[in-house]
Ligand binder design. Sequence first.
Ligand code: SAM
Length: 280
Amino acid sequence: MWFTEAWTPNINFQVKIKEHLYSKKTPFQQLEVYDSYELGRFFTLDGIMMANEKDEFIYHEMIIHTPMSINPKIKHVLVIGGGDGGSVRELSKYPTIETIDMVEIDEDVVRACQKYFPITTTGFSDPRVNLMFDDGLKYVKETKKTYDLIIVDSTDPIGPGEGLFTQEFYMNCHRVLSEDGILINQHESPYFEKEKIEMKRAHQKIKSLFKIASVYQAFIPTYPSGHWLFGFASKRYDPVLDFKDTFIHQFGVKTKYYNKEIHTGSFALPNYVKDELENI
Ligand code: SAM
C-alpha cells in the first residue's frame, strides 16, 4: 500500500505504508494519519504531507530557533496554525517566553496529533500555552493584544490556509506586532511552479509592509522538491546582523538541525531564488 502525493502533474512523491491509522473529513479538510516503513508516522491534510516523525524536527527547529536567536526580549508569541504542536514544543524550551497563544482552525488536527504524534504535542501541556480553535485571519483582525513574535505555521494557500497568505492578514500581523516585532511564515518553495508563484506573491505582500523582509531556506526532504523556505519579516531586526548565537545556549536548548552556521547560511540564497524574489 502506498501514499501518493502529486508534487506536480508530472511528478509523484510516494511513501510505502505499514498501516492507515486514522481518517476523518473535518469541517475544514481531509485528515489522514499513516504509519510507514521509513518515515514513521505521518499525517496529511487534503492529501498533502504535513509532518512525519523522521524529519519534522527540521521544520520546527528552523521556524522557531531562527527568530528566537535574534531578539532575547521575545515574551509574547502568537502561533497561527501549527496544529501538530511542533512549533509550540520548540517555543516552550525558552523560559524567557511568558505567553504562547496558538490559533488553530481545526480542532480535529490537534486531537489526532495528541493521539498519534506524542513526539510533537508535548508543548500543549505548558501552562503558558493558550490554545484557541479559530481562523487565524479573523483572530489577527480582531485581537487587541500585542505580540513580539508571530509564527505562521500554515498549510499551503488552499482551502482554510488561503486567508493566511493575503495582504489583509499580513497587514493585521504588522498591526499587532510590537515595535521589536518579528513575523515568521511558512514561505513555500522556489522549485516547482505552483509553490514558486505563491512564494513570490507572499514575498511581495510582506515586503510592501515590513522594513526588513528576508527569506531563509531549509532542506525538508518530504516537502515538494525538498527545498523549502521561510519568511523573516521585522520592524527592526536584521536576521543575520542581529544574530545572537549565545542566546539559545543559555537554556541548554538541544537541536538536531539548527546551529549558528545554519542560521546565517540559511539566508544565503541561490542566485535563481534571489532573482525570483527580486523580480516580482
Ligand atoms: N508544515 C507544518 C509542519 O511541517 O509540521 C505543518 C503545518 S500545520 C499542520 C498547518 C496547520 O494550519 C493545520 O493544522 C491547519 O488546520 C492550520 N490552518 C490552516 N488554515 C488556517 C487558518 N485560516 N487559521 C488557523 N489555522 C489554519
